[in-house]
Design a protein around this ligand. Structure first.
Ligand SMILES: NC(=O)c1ccc[n+]([C@@H]2O[C@H](COP(=O)([O-])OP(=O)(O)OC[C@H]3O[C@@H](n4cnc5c(N)ncnc54)[C@H](O)[C@@H]3O)[C@@H](O)[C@H]2O)c1
Length: 404
């Protein structure tokens, strides 16, 4: 591919432009905000400079890549682009305006992609006369580094448009997966339980912020705990995704946003970027920003048995009972959501597993993980938890309900 456009030069747009320019594409980088545009170009130049310093890029390649980036303050004539990727603010009206402009500015053969995290690609395509050209290309932050791209098929997307986006991502060294246009696609749906169950455990007084993070890292092999990850992503960004998925999923209790997170966002404690979120970053080592209001809790013998079987098969046999409970609550939520997404044909089982490993660094694909633990053990733990939580959020996915 020779020439593309990226609309929006913020966090994601600048990252995507950097990636494509490095891979040899001429990139028209458009942002209506001159400061953001200049900041985006500056950020790319700094990241390239670091690559040169580390010997990963020659100075000549850096200069050539920078030359290929053509900044612009408005969508002008884009008559040579083969692909336009929209990465403007997450707002349907703004995206509609941008897509209507892109349709006029680009050749009819060009593919129009949105980097939306949580809006419907099919709805975005409604502002375009020929929606068969529109697809989702969901990159992950930081776009030059994270390998995954979810390629989303809207209801009207042409198979050739999907294939084009898939091949474009591959040609830039990414790992693309295909997903249906459903709330949160793969990663932002399947990952919700990791955050939300952790918040619920904290809210119920079962364990503290650092204890829950430690359990998931030590016993689950996750690179970061749920609270560390929310602090890194930004509590506001994470909450916005949870709220959007929850609303689009008819407010199912699996996705209910948590009041602890809502009040931290209201207080402006957004995570690392504000110096405080679930952790405080004032000292050299992050410290839990507030203690758990610990409550005693009991696991009835029946639930204890099924959780023990689940944990033993997960390699967590030696953990204490509270640790096992924390681990099982969080991992069961993830595995079940992966099963539900597979059942809803959001993606193939391979693509679900690849997406969770490459988009959010999970140590294993959740469906392969469930196979390892055994469908019957997963079902037992899900049913046991569902009996005690009372809101139906652990109702087993069909794949587990019918496991032999
Ligand atoms: N930040 C993330 O972690 C992340 C990850 C994946 C996907 N996304 C999605 O990517 C998109 C962009 O997110 P971001 O974090 O880069 O946002 P951002 O706020 O950093 O950047 C958005 C940019 O769009 C520009 N913009 C607004 N209207 C425009 C228009 N009409 N024409 C040109 N530019 C316009 C704004 O000036 C702003 O600079 C959103 O849809 C978001 O959901 C974000």
């Amino acid at each position: 591919m020779n020439e593309i456009a990226v609309i929006g030069a913020g966090t994601m747009g600048a990252g995507i432009a950097q990636l494509a320019a490095k891979c040899g594409c001429v990139v028209h980088l458009v942002d209506v905000n001159g400061d953001v545009l200049a900041g985006g170009i500056d950020a790319i130049a700094k990241r390239f400079a670091r690559s040169v310093e580390k010997g990963r890029m020659s100075e000549a390649d850096r200069d050539a890549a920078m030359d290929r980036i053509k900044p612009a303050s408005a969508i002008g004539d884009l008559d040579s682009v083969e692909l336009a990727i929209e990465a403007v603010v997450e707002n349907m009206d703004v995206k509609h305006k941008v897509f209507a402009q892109l349709e006029n500015a680009t050749p009819k053969s060009a593919i129009l992609a949105s980097n939306t995290s949580s809006l419907s690609v099919s709805k975005i395509a409604e502002s375009v006369g020929d929606p068969s050209r529109v697809v989702g290309m969901h990159f992950f932050n930081p776009a030059p580094v994270m390998p995954l791209v979810e390629v989303i098929a809207g209801t009207e997307s042409a198979p050739a448009s999907i294939d084009f986006a898939f091949q474009a991502a591959k040609s830039w060294g990414k790992v693309p997966v295909r997903a249906k246009d459903t709330p949160g696609f793969i990663v932002n749906r399947v990952a919700r339980g990791f955050y939300l169950e952790a918040l619920r455990l904290l809210g119920e007084g079962v364990a503290g912020i650092d204890e829950i993070d430690q359990v998931m890292k030590t016993h689950g092999g996750f690179r970061m705990g749920p609270f560390e990850l929310m602090d890194l992503v930004g509590l506001d960004v994470n909450l916005a995704v949870s709220t959007s998925v929850w609303q689009q999923m008819n407010k199912h209790p699996r996705f209910t946003p948590h009041e602890i997170q809502q009040s931290l966002v209201e207080a402006g404690h957004l995570g690392r970027k504000t110096g405080r979120g679930f952790y405080s970053y004032e000292k050299e080592h992050p410290l839990a920003a507030f203690p758990v209001s610990r409550q005693s809790f009991e696991v009835n013998p029946k639930l204890g048995d099924v959780l023990n079987a689940f944990c033993t098969r997960s390699g967590v046999a030696s953990a204490g009972s509270t640790e096992q409970y924390v681990f099982a609550r969080i991992l069961c939520a993830i595995l079940n959501e992966a099963g539900l997404a597979w059942g809803a044909r959001v993606a193939t089982s391979d693509d679900i597993d690849i997406a969770m490993q490459k988009g959010t660094n999970y140590p294993k694909g959740p469906l392969a993980w469930a196979d390892e633990i055994g469908g019957r053990n997963v079902r037992g733990a899900l049913r046991g938890l569902n009996d005690v939580v009372g809101d139906g959020r652990y109702e087993p996915a069909k794949i587990f309900a019918e496991a032999d």
